[in-house]
Design a protein around this ligand. Structure first.
Ligand code: F6P
Length: 531
């Protein structure tokens, strides 16, 4: 079914026409309850998250139209299917069971007749036991020394989630062990991490769902050689842990590992932070922080499953993204966290959203008939205000923004923190309401944003925040009618990189590539340092 041919879609377009005749200033003036009715508070244990959608260009009727679209798209049924382990990733014939990864003990989720929860809980317990043993010095390096550094080697979902969680939690508790993150195949990155580590006291966590990602294998081999040079090849495996669907591939890839933690083909890399992919942080912050993060994710899962659609934060967030992108044609969305702890959140959501919903074909193989994922980008406030917010206020493109803030500061610098939060609120105010002045100084206003506040930053609220965005992406995918869980668009680049590598490494090889690539290869061969 093409949703753009339905009465629900026509009604949404009509409502968008009406909205374009009005402004946020008018909408607030007409409805004194707007800030109440267009915001949702989600309880996360003893914490809370407030999501304020009232500065989006919608009225009550447009929200009703969007809810009707969600109903038309079968969001509730598809959500239930996803949680229950039905195949929702058709091109790979897989369920998408990231929610089971944080499921409570009493859940049961069947995949092809097998309850996967037993295996999930078994691996979760092993992750925690291993991490606690490393922290306590019961598991040590080959020369008997306690591990002092851990290097997470992985890219994409095997890096962005662990990095985000590490940066965020480092601001609320002190990591027990120094963590480094190596993703890029650019050897500069791994060399700079190694300069800060001692091979005798370094544990490597090699994260790769597929165990075929060239960046991760290349970096892993450089580190294995570094350990070999220091303490001998036979000792390398005691310094390596592997997290993968295929941990057994490590040995034949020249990366023997004494510690193996499985993940499963039914979890997408960008959805994998609740799995053993988070091992580096379980080691750094302990298993109770891991449990808290999982319970925060569960709080959001439960809210997504049980709140009525019009009070459901991920549903509303997803639908408003469809509204902005597919109905109002806004091409990008900014994500600005007013929290240095969340400085990598924009990058995390960028992969989550763009790799999930950057698609042009529906689940049944037809071309989509509406724009899908926006380009997601962003950074931290207040830095953003002194870099690119000018364009959001006065530029010719309308860029919806998500502002994220935290109410309680872990540093007790109350005055400075109040100023930080004041800036967040002021930016959304300036975007929404603008000001009238001479042509150069006028801010037109009527520019949309969502403000999301966490009562505090903790493993629990961080988990809930991540799950909120996961589910919002899912809701958008349902309305777009696409498969949010595959990523075929990245494969061609990987294949061509192998072909170009062969051209670069074979002295006389040329031909086969286009003229531009040929020229670039020849130029590179002439100028590279080792020729
Ligand atoms: O290239 C895209 C991708 O497959 C992402 O989806 C994934 O998160 C990343 O590469 C890393 O993959 P892996 O965990 O299999 O090494």
């Amino acid at each position: 079914m093409d949703i753009t041919t339905t009465p629900a879609w026509s009604a949404a377009l009509k409502s968008a026409d009406t909205i374009s005749q009005t402004t946020l200033k008018d909408l607030f003036a007409q409805d004194s309850a707007r800030a109440e009715t267009l915001s949702v508070e989600v309880l996360v244990g003893e914490d809370a998250m407030l999501v304020d959608f009232s500065k989006q260009n919608v009225d009550e009727h447009s929200v009703q139209c969007l809810i009707a679209l969600a109903e038309q798209a079968g969001v509730e049924q598809k959500r239930n299917d996803m949680f229950e382990g039905v195949v929702v990733n058709g091109t790979e014939q897989q369920p998408a069971l990231h929610t089971a990864l944080r499921g409570p003990i009493e859940t049961s989720v069947n995949v092809k007749g097998i309850d996967v929860m037993d295996e999930i809980l078994r691996v979760r317990a092993r992750v925690k036991e291993f991490a606690e043993s490393v922290r306590a010095g019961r598991i040590v390096g080959a020369t008997g020394k306690k591990f002092e550094s851990v290097i997470n080697v992985g890219i994409g979902g095997s890096d962005l989630g662990p990095t985000l969680v590490h940066e965020a939690l480092s601001t609320v508790s002190h990591p027990a062990i120094r963590a480094h993150f190596v993703a890029n195949i650019d050897p500069t990155e791994v060399r700079s991490a190694l300069r800060e580590c001692n091979p005798e006291t370094t544990l490597v966590v090699l994260c790769s769902k597929s165990f075929s990602t060239s960046e991760t294998l290349s970096n892993g081999r450089i580190i294995a050689q570094w350990i070999t040079d220091a303490i001998g090849a036979k000792n390398v495996s005691k310094h390596f842990a592997v997290v993968s669907v295929f941990p057994e591939k490590a040995e034949s890839a020249g990366l023997p590992a004494d510690y193996e933690f499985p993940m499963w083909s039914w979890v997408g890399g960008r959805y994998s932070i609740s799995s053993a992919v988070n091992l580096v942080n379980v080691i750094a912050f302990g298993s109770s922080a891991y449990d808290s993060m999982l319970s925060g994710m569960r709080s959001m899962d439960e809210h997504f499953m049980t709140a009525p659609l019009h009070r459901n934060a991920p549903v509303l967030m997803g639908l408003l993204n469809v509204w902005n992108r597919s109905i109002l044609g806004r091409e990008t969305r900014a994500m600005i966290a007013y929290s240095t702890a969340l400085k990598s959140f924009a990058s995390y959501v960028q992969q989550l959203e763009m790799e999930s919903n950057g698609k042009r074909v529906t689940t049944d193989g037809n071309l989509v008939s509406m724009p899908t994922s926006p380009i997601v980008w962003g950074g931290v406030g207040t830095n953003a205000q002194h870099a690119y917010m000018q364009l959001l206020h006065q530029g010719t493109s309308i860029v919806p923004a998500d502002f994220i803030g935290v109410a309680t500061t872990p540093t007790h610098d109350g005055v400075a923190h109040d100023a930080l939060v004041a800036n967040l609120f002021a930016q959304s105010q300036a975007l929404a309401f603008g000001n009238a002045s001479d042509p150069h100084r006028t801010l037109p206003g009527n520019r949309p944003s969502t403000t999301l506040m966490l009562s505090s930053l903790s493993p629990r609220t961080l988990g809930a925040l991540i799950a909120l965005y996961e589910h919002s992406v899912f809701v958008q995918g349902c309305v777009f009618g696409i498969n949010s869980f595959d990523q075929w668009g990245v494969e061609l680049g990987k294949k061509l990189a192998n072909e170009v590598s062969a051209q670069i490494s074979t002295p006389s090889q040329s031909g086969g590539a286009d003229a531009s690539t040929e020229k670039l290869v020849q130029w590179y061969k002439t100028h590279r340092s080792n020729t």
